[in-house]
Design a protein around this ligand. Structure first.
Ligand code: ZN
Ligand code: ZN
Length: 299
């Protein structure tokens, strides 16, 4: 099988990220000098650099090994590098991403790493770079099946990078809405602003990577409403620029909650699996409870 020489795309994208973050920052600062939080952006950039370049190197090596192992020993077919297989993996990767991302919001062991991406109260291109340090070590479980059905590891990893790069430009307030047909099919700045909202109406909506159609199909789509301005960040914000706290705080509270709870071992395990906010005694407040409360007030 012919394996093409595909470079690690994400490293080539870094200069483009840096230049566009600066240009966006200058445009925002020109309109109102106080409205751009440079410290927050530097925090996001540092998080991304450490998470994707240094730690990412280790996690990617593990993932490459696992995908290769599965592909070499367990694949049920051999899918070549061809136009149709790229088209196929575009949809399959995006489908995998949707479920990975949806579960990252609904199960605390995944939320503990994904929360990093939502920890900024700002929303600009630099926010896109605020990436987890820990997720790369276990989020591969949502993609490993692509190796089983016969996609080459390089093809899977390349498509994952393309998806990550696509999701960069949607982290901006400078673009209001794209043309209607585009908003219908693709993930856009408007759709993703909703995803970063802490407003009850916007919680756990729009998990798409490239195609917003998955949210439309599986019932998690929420359009951005003019009357409901997005409040970015978490329902309880961590308010820190400390990289270690941003990367690990939720892991700390997760294990504290599980160990300290005076309850059965099974219930302790449930703290790992259940959604953020869940408590074994039923006193926890989940995102759907917040929405319910919000709806009562708005009737
Ligand atoms: Zn998310
Ligand atoms: Zn985002």
């Amino acid at each position: 099988m012919h394996v093409p020489n595909i470079p690690p795309l994400i490293y080539f994208a870094i200069p483009f990220f840096v230049i566009t973050v600066i240009i966006e920052g200058l445009i925002i600062a020109k309109h109102s000098p106080k409205s751009y939080n440079i410290k927050d952006s530097l925090t996001s950039i540092s998080t991304g650099l450490i998470g994707n370049v240094f730690i990412g190197l280790a996690s990617k090596a593990i993932v490459l090994f696992l995908f290769t192992y599965v592909w070499e020993h367990f694949r049920i077919a051999t899918i070549p590098f061809a136009w149709w297989s790229w088209l196929l993996i575009f949809f399959l990767d995006d489908f995998a991403y949707y479920w990975f991302h949806r579960i990252s919001h609904k199960s605390r062991i995944f939320w503990a790493s994904h929360v990093v991406h939502h920890s900024s109260q700002e929303y600009n291109l630099s926010t896109a770079l605020r990436q987890t340090w820990t997720g790369g070590f276990y989020s591969w479980i949502f993609w490993i099946w692509l190796g089983f059905i016969g996609f080459h590891p390089l093809m899977i990893l390349t498509q994952m990078s393309i998806s990550l790069i696509y999701q960069y430009w949607i982290h901006t307030e400078l673009i209001n809405k794209m043309p209607k047909w585009f908003e219908f099919i693709f993930n856009t700045p408007s759709h993703h602003r909703v995803h970063h909202g802490s407003n009850p109406l916007y919680l756990d909506r729009n998990h798409a990577g490239i195609l917003i159609i998955w949210d439309r199909i599986f019932g998690t789509f929420q359009p951005e409403l003019a009357e409901e301005k997005v409040i970015y960040g978490l329902t309880t914000n961590i308010k820190t620029y400390n990289l270690l706290r941003i990367a690990f705080q939720e892991w700390g509270t997760l294990f504290t909650d599980a160990f300290k709870a005076k309850t059965s071992f099974v219930n302790k395990l449930k703290y790992l699996i259940k959604p953020p906010g869940w408590k074994h005694d039923g006193s926890g407040i989940l995102s759907e409870d917040m929405l319910e409360e919000w709806k009562k007030k708005h009737d």
